[in-house]
Design a binder for this molecule. Structure first.
Ligand code: ZN
Length: 274
């Protein structure tokens, strides 16, 4: 049970595990990491430029945690929780000014205390004309924990990854090839093409939506996939430290695992519409 006063429904991921669509899947990936005490959202930090793509309350960009977590009582009063830093801060040569849209003004001692500490914290923030950037702050997790997350997560998906690589996943197309009767060969997500590993994990519009959301969430330049084997090799082509690449690799593996589980649920239990 989460007793923190700020509402966990607000996260940098616009969705929940039970939601249909790609962001619901990303929540599941994120929760898989949370089981190993790693909050991925705290590893991705915004570096302030013009403040137009960093969300003031929801993203981590100043201090050690998102402002919604540091100032939970104040966050409750905010009427526009998704607003960007540029909506809240304006910088001139004399310094920065702040604009808020409260549901109610912060009046209790606790809230006014939070308000003054928040102003103290953001007072140093200056907008510039360049675009915002994102960086991964991996200092707070050591190599050992990266190794153990990777090991635990990959143990779940290794078998699947191996099978997908060898195109031996029991997809509808491969079952039919082995003369096992299936009601339809078509992909259970889109119904437009024969269900092969390359289709469900790469070319299906559902998979593409999930990969786009993953690259958005992890602030990757874009994940371009040409086949299943490509997924697991993606980190080799990205620029970054080996620790970061290991985390990205684990995220990609988890995503494949969750897509496959969602597909199984859809076929066998008619659950989770995508
Ligand atoms: Zn499809």
């Amino acid at each position: 049970m989460d007793n923190s006063p700020y509402n966990r429904a607000w996260s940098s991921i616009p969705g929940r595990p039970s939601f249909p669509g790609p962001w619901g899947n990303i929540c599941k990936v994120s929760r898989a990491f949370a089981n190993y005490d790693t909050d991925l959202d705290l590893l991705i930090k915004g570096v302030l430029g013009n403040g137009k793509s960093i969300r003031f309350w929801l993203d981590l960009w100043i201090g050690m945690e998102p402002l919604m977590a540091r100032f939970p009582n104040l966050f409750k009063l905010e009427s526009a929780k998704n607003y960007f830093v540029a909506d809240r801060i304006a910088s001139t040569s004399y310094g920065s000014t702040f604009t808020f849209t409260w549901n109610r003004l912060p009046t209790t001692q606790q809230k006014t205390d939070e308000y003054s500490s928040m102003l103290g914290l953001i007072d140093t923030a200056r907008l510039s004309s360049s675009g915002d950037k994102w960086c991964w702050d991996l200092d707070q997790i050591n190599s050992f924990s990266v190794k153990s997350i990777k090991k635990k997560l990959e143990a779940q998906v290794l078998f699947l990854a191996w099978r997908a690589n060898l195109e031996r996943l029991p997809t509808l197309a491969s079952l039919a090839k082995r003369n096992i009767q299936v009601p339809s060969l078509l992909c259970p997500f889109c119904g437009l093409d024969v269900e092969t590993p390359d289709h469900i994990f790469v070319s299906c519009s559902t998979a593409q939506g999930v990969w786009d959301a993953i690259s958005d969430w992890c602030r990757l330049p874009g994940i371009y996939l040409f086949g299943v084997q490509n997924i697991f090799r993606t980190p080799e082509f990205l620029h970054g430290s080996s620790k970061w690449k290991k985390i990205i690799h684990a995220i990609l593996c988890s995503t494949v695992w969750i897509l496959w589980k969602t597909r199984n649920n859809k076929i066998f239990n008619h659950k989770l519409k995508l």
